[in-house]
Write a protein that binds this ligand. Structure first.
Ligand SMILES: NC(=O)c1ccc[n+]([C@@H]2O[C@H](COP(=O)([O-])OP(=O)(O)OC[C@H]3O[C@@H](n4cnc5c(N)ncnc54)[C@H](OP(=O)(O)O)[C@@H]3O)[C@@H](O)[C@H]2O)c1
Length: 198
């Protein structure tokens, strides 16, 4: 019998890619978008129904979101929460949404320190990573079989802000292309919104 997955936020960049991959491997996938409101615990419980082999939450931004996920995680064999690399801080406490970008001495691993958990507005530069940490801890402290993933910038089909498109189109058209690493590091050109897809 086919395994079943439920993907909350399944109409987004990561949710759609996960659904495609699972379906290609024979899974039955429910990947709702706004018709299953993530802010409505009863709606997401209805979407889960009797349970699932895999529950993926692409819309878990706060500890409160995490608390509403816990009862569903008990009814799923395995649960995956999509966090973000925005949780990591360098030795000066800087993170990707700081006024000054972080400087990591090498590849960032799971042992890298994170921001302290926070509960302010998660749609702000300081609040995004801190709320993700709070959500992560709520889930991981539950002892349930929950996996937290911390992607960096994700590219691909369905990207609402395809910043890489300019370069890809130039390469496909065989135009010369170049990178501006100095510009990319300059604080004045850093995005004014958090590295959140919302
Ligand atoms: N994309 C990245 O580069 C990246 C990097 C690091 C971490 N992440 C994390 O990965 C997760 C998924 O990101 P994503 O880029 O796949 O997001 P996304 O493309 O913005 O997808 C989210 C989807 O959920 C829908 N949605 C929004 N609010 C909803 C609600 N209340 N109820 C039901 N559906 C709702 C959106 O609908 P609309 O289209 O109508 O808005 C959209 O289709 C996020 O938690 C994010 O923090 C993403």
């Amino acid at each position: 019998m086919s395994k079943r997955a439920l993907i909350l936020g399944g109409t987004g960049l990561i949710g759609r890619a996960a659904a495609r991959r699972l379906r290609a491997h024979g899974w039955t996938v429910d990947a709702p978008g706004r018709e299953v409101d993530r802010e409505d615990p009863a709606a997401i419980a209805r979407a889960l129904g009797d349970g699932a082999d895999l529950l993926v939450d692409c819309l878990c931004y706060t500890a409160e979101h995490a608390r509403t996920l816990l009862p569903l995680a008990r009814a799923a064999t395995s649960t995956v929460m999509i966090s973000a690399k925005a949780v990591y801080v360098d030795d000066q406490g800087r993170h990707v949404n700081s006024p000054e970008p972080p400087r990591f001495p090498g590849p960032v691993t799971e042992d890298q320190p994170t921001m302290a958990p926070g509960s302010g507005d998660f749609q702000t530069r300081e609040g995004y990573g801190a709320n993700k940490v709070a959500a992560e801890r709520t889930l991981l402290d539950s002892g349930l079989p929950i996996t937290v993933l911390r992607p960096s910038k994700v590219h691909g089909v369905g990207n609402k802000r395809p910043l890489e498109r300019y370069f890809v189109e130039r390469v496909l058209a065989r135009h010369p292309w170049w990178c501006w690493p100095a510009v990319a590091r300059a604080p004045t050109t850093r995005p004014q919104r958090p590295t959140s897809p919302r």
